[in-house]
Design a protein around this ligand. Structure first.
Ligand code: TPP
Length: 589
């Protein structure tokens, strides 16, 4: 192999090791110092190079690609402030275990610290949020240096990909010339290991430990399950597409426990017959909540989005066992007696062995409540045909075909999907940035999911989150990524109306400018700027048909104007009350 410059030889070796480690997508931001890396990404077989102009969007686009594909994705930035814009995506990756490999191109050592342009200290840019950091050093046409580079890249990919997954940073300095020059670079003196690595495999394959949970502990928990009828399985947000829904359905059948499945748990849409979606409403019915206090809770995934059910679990006095795939802990009030690390699917399979309780009166009581709260929800919607925020969440899910993706923004959209969009007999992949719950990078994250999956994808977002990352729409156009964006436009931050600050006398005159933050933006201009199809449906039927139309292809912006934010709080309370009241006096256990 020969290459036009030493920098090219170096960058090619680096990117070759990324691909051998399983990287299939590179998100490259424009810059000069990063040119050798950009070119190596664009030329590398087996790697799709995406160009994204704004590094903050690029970070979230990569996050979405990696969330969906569960494979590490590489990000490339030039030197200076560029790489700093990856920070929020790196944080989300760390908090929700998404594998990213960040390459920050840099100036050489002799330009550091003396005022050279676009030169800032880049070592450990992301602090503890990056799981690994190395400066790979300046390119050298030397066996030891190239083998070390390859091994370091292989190691970085290995760390990003093993539990707990997350972002890693490699700082990559280059001297000029940064562009390829005519002629070839002599590599004859190099060993084949330095020049080519190990074709078909990383130079150093770091094999992660087996993720089988501890057998003895599972045996103890199985004995506890066998002795306990009043148990529940609780599934919080979890991205994995590893047969989790099926494993949970079998565990429910074996244990006789209902499954409280959060919207983004991958256990709700496409879950088994024990799936309970409307737990938030049903647990607002106090006698029902009291009568259904569990004695054993098997928890999977992250924290539940709604507070009430979480408090019900924490206050139940039940024994709580947390199954943590990635070693992450979700137990902020310290109620869990055990945290079992290792594959959740493997844990489900092992726990169900030898048990066949089936769905008896205990589980059926939850499922009965699911039916009744659901009937109340549907009848409320049929009586009042206006597009409320709750109705939008419900109808967007209802309009989606089997196998599609739904990305849901933080703030009210994820809460509304969770509370008002029950399982509808279709398999959907529902993803959200629940690691740090940011409203940043939402459009770009959804685009990453759409790009990695090649499946119809809808984003449901609030207007502030939309405006926060509106520039992300550029990637839809430049990268040709189809996406249907539904914006719930309440002209500001609706979630704050649910909080005490909205009522506080002392903050009254400041509430709108500082929390409500109305903007009055006409979103059709955003559609025009990024050449998206724009629609503004004003009825449930026109919303559904706009979503169905959007899913045929292209970039679509669907804006739904909704009731004023304060009124939305009342509408939520009324609907929750109506659903809970449907449980009446029983019949329960
Ligand atoms: N900045 C970031 C990056 N993330 C955050 N979560 C916040 C600020 C705080 N925050 C939480 S919700 C919210 C804000 C600013 C308002 C979101 O408004 P919108 O997207 O319109 O959704 P709505 O509340 O109306 O449902």
């Amino acid at each position: 192999m020969s290459d036009a410059t030493l920098n090219q030889l170096w960058a090619r070796a680096l990117v070759e090791e990324l691909v051998r480690g399983g990287v299939r997508h590179a998100v490259v931001c424009p810059g000069s110092r990063s040119s050798p890396l950009a070119l190596a990404c664009a030329r590398m077989d087996g790697l799709r190079a995406w160009s994204v102009i704004d590094e903050r969007s690029a970070g979230f686009f990569a996050l979405g690609l990696a969330k969906q594909s569960r494979m590490p994705v590489v990000l490339v930035a030039t030197s200076g402030t560029a790489g700093a814009h990856f920070y929020p995506a790196v944080i989300e990756a760390a908090m929700s275990q998404v594998p990213l490999v960040v390459l920050t191109a840099d100036r050489p050592l002799e330009l550091q610290g003396w005022g050279a342009a676009q030169t800032v200290p880049q070592a450990r840019f992301y602090g503890d949020f990056a799981r690994y950091y190395a400066d790979v050093g300046l390119p050298e046409a030397d066996d030891a240096a190239l083998v070390h580079l390859r091994a370091t890249v292989a190691r970085a990919v290995g760390v990003a990909s093993r539990a707990p997954r997350g972002a890693v940073q490699l700082n990559v300095p280059f001297r000029e010339p940064l562009a390829p020059t005519p002629g070839s670079f002599d590599t004859k003196h190099l060993s084949s290991l330095a020049r080519e690595g190990r074709p078909g495999a990383p130079l150093t394959h770091i094999v992660p430990p087996a993720r089988q949970p501890d057998a003895k502990v599972l045996e103890e928990i199985r004995a506890r399950i066998a002795a306990t009828e009043r148990g529940v399985i609780v599934c919080g947000p979890r991205d994995e597409n590893d047969g989790f829904a099926e494993a949970i359905a079998s565990l429910a059948e074996a244990t006789g426990y209902p499954v409280l499945a959060e919207a983004a748990s991958q256990a709700r849409y496409g879950g088994g017959p024990a799936t309970v979606s409307l737990y938030d409403a049903m647990l607002r019915h106090e006698p029902f909540a009291r009568a259904h206090r569990p004695e054993l809770v098997l928890r999977f995934g992250g924290g539940l989005t709604p507070k009430g059910p979480q408090a019900w679990i924490d206050g139940s006095g039940a024994e709580i066992v947390v199954f943590s795939d990635e070693g992450g802990l979700f137990d902020p009030v310290h109620r869990a007696s055990r945290v079992v690390e290792g594959s959740a699917v493997a844990a489900c399979e092992a726990l169900g062995q030898g048990l066949s309780r089936g769905l008896g009166p205990w589980a059926r009581s939850f499922l009965w409540a699911e039916q009744w709260t659901r009937a109340a929800l549907e009848s409320a919607f049929s009586e009042e045909p206006s597009l409320t925020e709750m109705r939008i969440a419900h109808d967007v899910v209802a309009a989606m075909p089997d196998g599609a993706n739904l990305f849901v923004s933080s703030s009210m959209p994820i809460r509304d999907v969770d509370a008002f969009a029950p399982s509808m007999g279709r398999g959907l992949r529902v993803l959200a940035n629940r690691g740090a719950n940011g409203i940043d990078g939402i459009i770009s994250s959804a685009l990453g999911v759409a790009a990695a999956s090649g499946r119809p994808t809808v984003l449901l977002t609030g207007d502030l989150a939309f405006l926060h990352d509106v520039g992300g729409l550029l990637t839809a156009r430049r990268g040709g990524v189809p996406l249907t964006v539904v914006v719930v436009n309440n002209d500001g931050g609706g979630i704050f109306s649910f909080l005490p600050i909205a009522q506080a006398e002392g903050a009254k005159s400041h509430y709108e400018p500082l929390w409500g933050t109305p903007h009055g933006v006409d979103l059709s201009h955003a559609a025009a700027l990024y050449q998206a199809r724009f629609r503004r449906p004003d009825s449930p039927a026109s919303l559904r048909s706009a979503v169905a139309e959007g899913l045929k292809g292209g970039v679509h912006l669907i804006e739904v104007k909704v009731a004023e934010r304060a009124r939305n709080v009342d509408l939520h309370r009324q609907l929750f009350a109506r659903m809970a009241a449907a449980l009446g006096e029983g019949p329960w256990l």
